[in-house]
Design a protein around this ligand. Structure first.
Ligand code: ZN
Length: 369
């Protein structure tokens, strides 16, 4: 987060540039300048910028398709390996996921077609198409867009093709199972890439690693979501928390903090209502600034979203994700504070469930005695 610079905001979505992307631009400029002089360096940098403009348009393809289904995208970050759009949630309805996944590559195909219309030079996928100085910049950009469409359609997470594959499988099986199958196919492809990379292009080894890790992360996320479907907030929340009142002094809270394993303090008023959350970081910051006589209400994080204890863990995960808060409050029917749910809570409970399920399964092979 801190390593990326916001460069603009379009329709509620912030576009960020990762610092490594700027380094990449400098590197491209330097390589071209050393190899073929200043003119080539400028051409190289202009081409990279044009490619990344196309990557942004690709990401906005996803963003607009997602918005069509009511899913907002907080930001898009540009890395040298491409763009990453952070959506508030991933729709589990296969048609929606399919449309959102395909909208990105579709944008590149449209750009390639428009550029072909301008240059009448047929885009193709050989490496020479991107580097050949004899071919104009626009024609090269057209070939690169064709490559971006094809590359993103590789059926492996975290590529769009992986999501499209899962969506297609979801028509036939449960979402989590479809994710497992799609992740396995993706990891198989990663191995092929890795092998081809070792004997040929080393860039493929890097892509293989990227795909392998992406598949593993996606599979785990889907497993979590599947487990979350069957649980309610009261199964997961942390109770036995020491609350503090809005007018508690930081000095006094610090004394309590030393004796408790608690990192976050719910700020609860006389009626038992949650007013905010006092984070460990906020307490340390106040102490560092010498505001030890400040009150909890002054430095707490207000507007903590709340849920009822009978709501699903799914809802809690969505709120944590959408509102970017460290924890969500849990209230009873009268709106009185009962406990907190954080990402750590959910992760811990999920791990326990997974381990418990594993121990129930028969051993894969007979145990040695
Ligand atoms: Zn994409």
């Amino acid at each position: 987060m801190t390593w990326s610079i916001p460069i603009g905001r379009f329709g509620g979505t912030t576009v960020r540039l990762h610092i490594t992307f700027l380094l990449f631009l400098v590197w491209i400029g330097a390589v071209y300048a050393a190899r073929a002089g200043m003119r080539a360096a400028i051409d190289g940098v202009v081409l990279v910028l044009a490619v990344f403009a196309c990557v942004v348009l690709h990401e906005f393809g996803h963003v607009l398709a997602a918005r069509h289904y009511g899913v907002q995208t907080r930001d898009i970050t540009l890395l040298p390996i491409g763009g990453v759009a952070r959506m508030a949630r991933i729709p589990e309805q296969p048609t929606q996921e399919l449309v959102i996944a395909l909208a990105g590559p579709a944008v590149n195909l449209v750009i390639a077609a428009i550029l072909y219309g301008i240059t009448r030079s047929v885009p193709h996928l050989s490496g020479a198409a991107f580097q050949d100085q004899g071919v104009g910049l626009v024609a090269r950009l057209s070939s690169i867009n064709l490559f971006l469409a094809v590359f993103n359609l590789i059926p492996a997470f975290p590529m769009d093709g992986g999501r499209a594959l899962r969506a297609l499988l979801t028509y036939r099986m449960a979402y989590a199972q479809a994710t497992q199958v799609a992740a396995s196919i993706g990891q198989g492809i990663a191995f092929v890439f890795g092998f081809l990379g070792l004997v040929g292009n080393p860039l493929l080894v890097f892509i293989a690693l990227f795909v392998y890790l992406g598949a593993a992360a996606e599979a785990q996320g889907a497993l979590f979501r599947q487990l979350a479907h069957g649980m309610i907030v009261s199964d997961v929340m942390t109770t036995h928390l020491q609350p503090v009142s809005p007018d508690s002094r930081i000095d006094d809270i610090v004394v309590t903090m030393v004796h408790l394993p608690q990192r976050e303090f719910p700020v609860v008023d006389g009626q038992g209502k949650l007013c905010g959350l006092l984070t460990h970081a906020a307490i340390l910051r106040a102490m560092h600034a010498g505001q030890t006589d400040a009150m909890a209400a002054d430095i707490m994080m207000p507007d903590i979203p709340t849920l009822h204890s009978y709501q699903s863990v799914d809802d809690a995960m969505r709120l944590l994700e959408e509102r970017q808060v460290p924890a969500v409050g849990v209230c009873d029917g009268q709106g009185r504070f009962m406990g907190l749910i954080s990402q750590t809570n959910i992760g811990e409970i999920m791990t326990i469930h997974i381990l418990r399920d594993k121990s129930r399964l028969p051993p894969a092979r007979p145990a040695l005695r």
